[in-house]
Design a protein around this ligand. Sequence first.
Ligand code: ARG
Length: 296
Amino acid sequence: MKLRLYTRAVDLKGFSVKNCPSMPTPSSILMCEPRYYNVSEAHNPYMGGQKINGALALEQWNDVKKAFEDLGRSVETIDPVEGLEDMVFTANQSLTGLTPRMERLCFLAQMRHPGRRGEVPHFETWFKEKGYKISKLKDPAFSFEGMGDAIWHPGKRLLWGGHGFRTDPEVYEPISKAFETPVVLLKLVNERFYHLDTCFCPLTQEAVMIYPPAFDPDSLELILRLFPIVLAADEREASSRFPCNAAVVDSTAIMQSGSSTAVRHMKAIGVVAREVETSEFLKSGGSVFCLKMHLY
Ligand code: ARG
């Protein structure tokens, strides 16, 4: 398989998703209880100094956890650490996956904001103890925010690599080598959609939901070329309820409630919504997808 980084549709030539080897889907997920969760430092446009209701955040987090468990995904947890207020967003400290030899690999993040950098060593320890092989970037100058920006194509050895706000495009070369995977790079241009997982949600091997104005034209063309079905989230829902931050388990999308248009469009292609409340996490610019890491 060619280990290529694709940045424009003209580069695709004979490349197709169908020809990418398959990769097993994750069996469980990793979450972190919001014991010390707070919003005191603004890292994105949603973080406007709103007060967090800690008891409500815990209740919502437990509901999200239960939704995964009800759908057959077991949930492991990492202990929260005082002072690391964003640690609950376990999508960001790493990207996990399987190599072609089925080794479990954890590629560690390098957070853009100094306030979040202290989270990563705790995840490194956790994954080492579980027997994962650990990889990291060699160059400390670049940022990479894990599965917030790097999203696997469902069931395929193909990575979608967002960049522009939290992740630098240069990181996708070492990541491509570590996982032995092609990467399709997507440039984010709208700061309200600062991570790829806020505007890009693969629903099946053929279908994705996106918020189109979050991408530059070359990236949109890549998405349209590689997914036969592209659902567009509308502006109001996309920025207030994060439907593109749904977490898909088989053909169920666990998502923030209230995105009726997105729910209708998903249903039309056979994906049912399981709606949950994540209002306390939306105050920090995150929802369901951000609250978990895949485990293999
Ligand atoms: N407050 C967090 C930050 O700005 C939210 C992270 C949300 N995570 C995500 N995968 N989009 O870093």
